[in-house]
Structure formats: C-alpha cells, structure tokens
Design a protein around this ligand. Sequence first.
Ligand SMILES: Cc1cc2nc3c(=O)[nH]c(=O)nc-3n(C[C@H](O)[C@H](O)[C@H](O)COP(=O)(O)O)c2cc1C
Length: 343
Amino acid sequence: MRALAPNLPPCPSALAPMQDVTDHAFMRLISQKGAPDFFMTEYFRVYAGSRPEAHILECIERNETGRPIIAQLLGHDIENLVATIRALETRPIAGIDLNLGCPAPKVYRKNVGGGLLSDLGRIKEILTALRENYTGHLSIKTRVGFENADDFERLLDIVEASGIDMFTLHARSVRALYRGAVDYEKIARAATRLTNIRVVANGDITSAAKAAWVRAHTNCTGVMIGRSALRNPWIFRQIRELSEGSRVFEPTLADVHAYVHEIWEQLSNARHPESVRLGRVKKFLNFVGQSIDAHGNFLKAMRTTKNARELFDVCEAHLGGANAPLPFATEPFAGVIARPNCE
Ligand SMILES: Cc1cc2nc3c(=O)[nH]c(=O)nc-3n(C[C@H](O)[C@H](O)[C@H](O)COP(=O)(O)O)c2cc1C
C-alpha cells in the first residue's frame, strides 16, 4: 500500500469533499479549529480539453492546513483522466481520488460520478488504466451501488483486484441521495474483504462518539466527515481528543457566535454584494443551527433575515449575552433539519 503521508494515525480522520464548500478558505478555517488528518478537494471536472479549475487548485497550491490534500477527479474518459493526473502530479498533492458516488442527476446521467456504478465493467477498465498510469496514492470515493447494494460484492471484487490504495464508502445507494439509514454493515464488509486497502467510512458521522462507534463497529481504517464538520468545526479535534483519552473540548454558544463571525469574514467574499455574502453564510448556518436549540428557533429566525445586520441581531439574540455560556449540542437535535442547497 502506498503511503498517503508519513505519520498518519492508525485511524485518520478526513474532511469530506463538498462542492462549493470545502474551498481553500474553509480548509484553512477548519484547520484553525483542529485539522483532520487529511483533506480531499471537491472534484475537478474531467472532459476533453478540460484544465484543472483554478479555484480548486488554490487549495493544493496554497495549502495552509499543514495536512496532505488529495485531488479528486470526476470523469470517465481514460485519456482525459490520465491527462488531468499528469497536470496535477507536478503539484503538491497527496494522491488522486476518483469520484464514483456523486448522485446529482446532471452528473450521473453523463455516466460519471455515481452513474458509473451502473457499469461496473467500465469501473474496472478505468481503475486498471489509472493504476497503470499513476504510481502515487490512488483511491476512489463511492457508494454501495446505483439503485441498491445488489452488486456490492462485485464492486468489492473489482476494487480488491485494482491495486488502489484507499476506498471511501458513503454507505448509501446513489438513488438514496443523502436520505435514509447509512448501511454501516457494508463498511464492515468492505473492511473485512479489502485487507490491503485502507477503508474509510463515510455518511452521517455526526460526532466524535459516533466516529468511535463507527470505527469499533466496522473496523474501518479512517473516517470521513462532511456536513457535520460544517455544523461543528471542532469535530476533528474532538475525535483526536476522544481517541487519545484526553478531555474533549465542549464548545459553548459563545464559541459558535465567534464561528459565525469567522464564516462571514473568511468564507464570504467581501467584494461580493451583501445579499450574496448572506446567502453564503446561511448555507453554513443551516447546519450550525441544528445544534443550537431543540426547536429550531435559531434556524427559523436566521432564514428570514434579509441583511447582515438582521443576521447578526439574530445571532446576538440566540448566541450572545445570557445564552453564550450554554453548550453547543454535540449531536444535531432530532427534527431540526438543515435545508442546504446541495446536490
Ligand atoms: C454540498 C455538498 C457537496 C458535495 N460535493 C462532493 C464532491 O465534490 N465530491 C464527493 O466525493 N462528494 C461530495 N459530497 C458528498 C460528501 O463528500 C459526503 O460523501 C456526504 O455528504 C456524506 O457524508 P456526511 O454525512 O458526513 O455529510 C458533497 C456533499 C454535499 C452535502
């Protein structure tokens, strides 16, 4: 197995790639709260004549996280994929990942991302070719199948024979999108089968305690966290503290208040109109609000705000003053639903 990076802990944590979210600024911000052990970029779109997108390259070239970053690709044409790897491998990447899970119809209908799970033979051809052409750390991030998990064992056969180094499984089907239970038994099955490949568990890992449960239950060799890292940017620090047996940081609403200001200052572009900045910040607060109050009052009030002053007034009312020392809930409150504008 090719090393992703020296000195990774036995079960590393990673920030999941999220398009239009996990950009350079977010990676830097989350690193300041306690970095995951590695990062993966959102996907570079690969097609005839494509060039790696500049805003994604920025994560790699201006990496201020102190952690390795894997470059993710989305495509199906072997020649174009190899050309993109050639363009990326001269830069400071820790590896190449192929996206085989994106469930957006506009993506899977082009037989890329999750669409490739309908054609396992094609996946085999692509992985064989990528392995022949790239000697660095090679991985895929995928789901249990397209419609369902009926072909999961065949997928594992292909992965096992492919010689890739890491297999990240968001244990839902493509059709399930982000809904329904995550099938952690499939992650456990992959960990049992793929003894020479690092198996990274993904899907609804909402807290350090859940990460510990997933590790113990599945015997995975890594955990990857997406939406819960937007809600709770301290989650990677908490995972590390829990696994080391040290005191686990418990953020208060005052810490969350400061995080909201950091989102505004660092994750929204000051050159953009206020309405655009507001939309950007609300995208994050949709998740943050899941752990602020059990009735979703912050979320309701936050969603109605029309400018920055109204937004910060809502934050002051819910996160400031007498509320500030209250704990930020470790898990999302049941029934408080994020409505992000994601795939
Ligand atoms: C807004 C958004 C954008 C995403 N973009 C990508 C992407 O570019 N590449 C990818 O492999 N997965 C992408 N995903 C899927 C996540 O990486 C992850 O697999 C999924 O959110 C499940 O993990 P979670 O429950 O920890 O969020 C995206 C998810 C969201 C919510």
